[in-house]
Design a binder for this molecule. Structure first.
Ligand SMILES: Nc1ncnc2c1ncn2[C@@H]1O[C@H](COP(=O)(O)OP(=O)(O)O)[C@@H](O)[C@H]1O
Ligand SMILES: [Mg+2]
Length: 229
């Protein structure tokens, strides 16, 4: 699904070059659940942005679902992103004045789905994340875990093959975070490819594979059983 070969992402800061990603190679198959861990500044978010087609590498090859994406224009990248990828963030990023169902409908509006069909689809997905009965609540009328589930429902609205989550439990308590991880494991069993950045070792080990990044390179890439040993 994801084939990254020898990619680098350099930032020119005056006379200095910051190598946020440095000659990194990573393959992720369809249906995997991968945690990306590593210290602050190690390049995790930069890597997620490249995987998610929000950013392009300075050099190297990136093939996503068979399409070469490394050299594409912003417009073409946006097209690929909409086709394959859903995003979940630590801070939920919901529209505060819109109801849960309206938030979930947003990507369906961009996808050109007619209003009635959108509503049906959004209601279904909210049920899928166990938010039936909360469809017409605004974010400030929901708990943190419920807000994150609205955000996950929004990400799932367009049936993405890949769900990217940058610290999805960072703003949640342990129990609520565990509920989100249970949902992620269910999504994996339904065939979604999940890639998650986290600082929390317990959350990281909910995935099947751990990729540890440092200084823009992969330090460790192991099955979770080996990581926990
Ligand atoms: N837009 C940017 N301009 C300059 N340097 C950046 C930019 N984004 C990230 N960096 C640098 O790249 C490195 C990796 O950053 P990042 O991917 O955000 O790390 P992490 O998510 O692991 O904390 C850091 O040294 C950071 O300062
Ligand atoms: Mg980061």
């Amino acid at each position: 699904m994801i084939k990254i070969k020898n990619i680098s992402r350099h930032y020119q800061m005056g006379p200095n070059t910051v190598k946020a990603i440095d000659d990194l190679t990573l393959n992720i198959a369809e249906g995997e659940f991968v945690s990306i861990v590593g210290p602050s500044g190690s390049g995790k978010s930069t890597l997620m942005n490249i995987i998610g087609c929000l950013d392009s590498p300075s050099s190297g090859k990136y093939t996503l679902a068979g399409e070469e994406v490394a050299g594409l224009s912003r417009n073409r990248l946006a097209g690929i992103r909409n086709k394959y990828i859903g995003f979940v963030f630590q801070s939920f990023n919901l529209l505060g004045r819109e109801s849960a169902v309206e938030n979930v409908e947003l990507p369906l509006i961009y996808a050109g789905i007619p209003p009635k069909e959108r509503r049906v689809r959004a209601m279904e997905i909210l049920k899928r994340v166990e938010l039936d009965g909360r469809e017409f609540h605004q974010p400030n009328e929901l708990s943190g875990g419920q807000r994150q589930r609205v955000a996950i429902a929004r990400a799932l609205a367009v049936n993405p093959k890949i769900l990217l989550a940058d610290e999805p439990t960072g703003a949640l308590d342990t129990k609520t975070g565990a509920q989100i991880m249970a949902l992620f494991r269910e999504l994996q069993s339904e065939g979604v490819t999940l890639i998650m950045v986290t600082h929390d070792p317990d959350v990281a080990s909910q995935a099947k594979r751990i990729v540890q990044v440092r200084d823009g390179k992969i330090l460790v890439d192991v099955p979770v059983e080996e990581w926990n040993r």
